[in-house]
Design a protein around this ligand. Structure first.
Ligand code: ADP
Ligand code: MG
Length: 243
């Protein structure tokens, strides 16, 4: 479903991604772990061109794009085939919960408002927000805001969902409600790439785990391999926090 080949990213002289290769099959959940500053967010942002990768190939659903010669149409296609959930929610503060989810459907997908409203309401029910449709983001808890963020990404029905530390801005008591929603989304067969610091969660939910450090993947494997029998000492050390 999604494949990146030899992705490099420089910010000026700083080499932040040093030849990343990664693939996620349809319906798979892949988690990216690693210390802060290792390039995890940059990798997600390069996949949907929120950052322009310096070199490499991004392929989504058979559409192979050489990042150095990507056209506007290529970039648009990557944007529409991915849905991103951000650490800071990034909701429109002047729109209600329902409007935040509807707007992608009416403005990007040109779906008529009556149908968009019905679709958005159904998705908001799925994330447990059916009683908050007409609230504004400021009237919600962080966990509820992030569930709106997830609903908004889901509404566009992307090929791949990208989560960038979706629970890191939340007070600890609000983390579980969001992780539960993400688990439900995974159980529905969605293809997902998740950057997270929640090691227990990653272990439970992931088909495949990737550990990044300093712009490179230092080890990858199934959750079982990575947690029970890592071949790199750094992996054992990093993951031992979750034992
Ligand atoms: P992670 O998500 O693993 O914490 P990031 O991808 O955010 O790591 O950052 C990796 C490195 O790239 C860091 O050294 C960071 O300072 C740098 N970096 C990230 N975004 C930018 C940017 N827009 N401009 C310059 N440097 C950046
Ligand atoms: Mg990050």
């Amino acid at each position: 479903m999604i494949k990146v080949e030899n992705i490099h990213k420089y910010f000026d002289q700083q080499h932040v991604l040093k030849g990343i290769n990664l693939s996620v099959k349809k319906g798979e959940v892949v988690s990216i772990l690693g210390p802060s500053g290792s390039g995890k967010s940059t990798l997600l942002r390069c996949i949907n061109f929120l950052e322009q990768p310096t070199s490499g190939i991004v392929e989504i659903n058979g559409n192979r794009i050489d990042v150095e010669s990507a056209s506007k149409a290529d970039i648009l296609s990557l944007r529409t085939s991915t849905g991103m959930v951000f650490q800071q929610y990034n909701l429109f503060k002047n729109l209600t919960v329902l409007q935040n989810v509807m707007i992608g459907l009416t403005s990007v997908k040109r779906i008529d408002p009556i149908k968009a409203k019905k679709m958005s309401t159904e998705i908001l029910e799925k994330v447990g927000l059916e009683e908050r449709l007409n609230y504004y983001p400021a009237q919600l808890s962080g966990g509820q805001q992030q569930r709106v963020g997830i609903a908004r990404a889901l509404a566009l029905n992307p090929e791949v969902l990208l989560f960038d530390e979706p629970t890191s801005s939340l007070d600890p008591e609000l983390v579980d409600e969001v992780l539960t929603v993400i688990k439900n989304v995974a159980n529905e067969g969605n293809t997902m790439l998740i950057v997270t610091h929640e090691l227990h969660f990653a272990r439970e939910i992931s088909d495949h785990i990737v550990l990044m450090e300093n712009g490179s993947i230092i080890e990858e494997g199934t959750a079982k391999q990575m947690f029970n029998n890592p071949s790199v000492e750094r992996t054992r050390k990093f993951l031992s926090k979750a034992m």
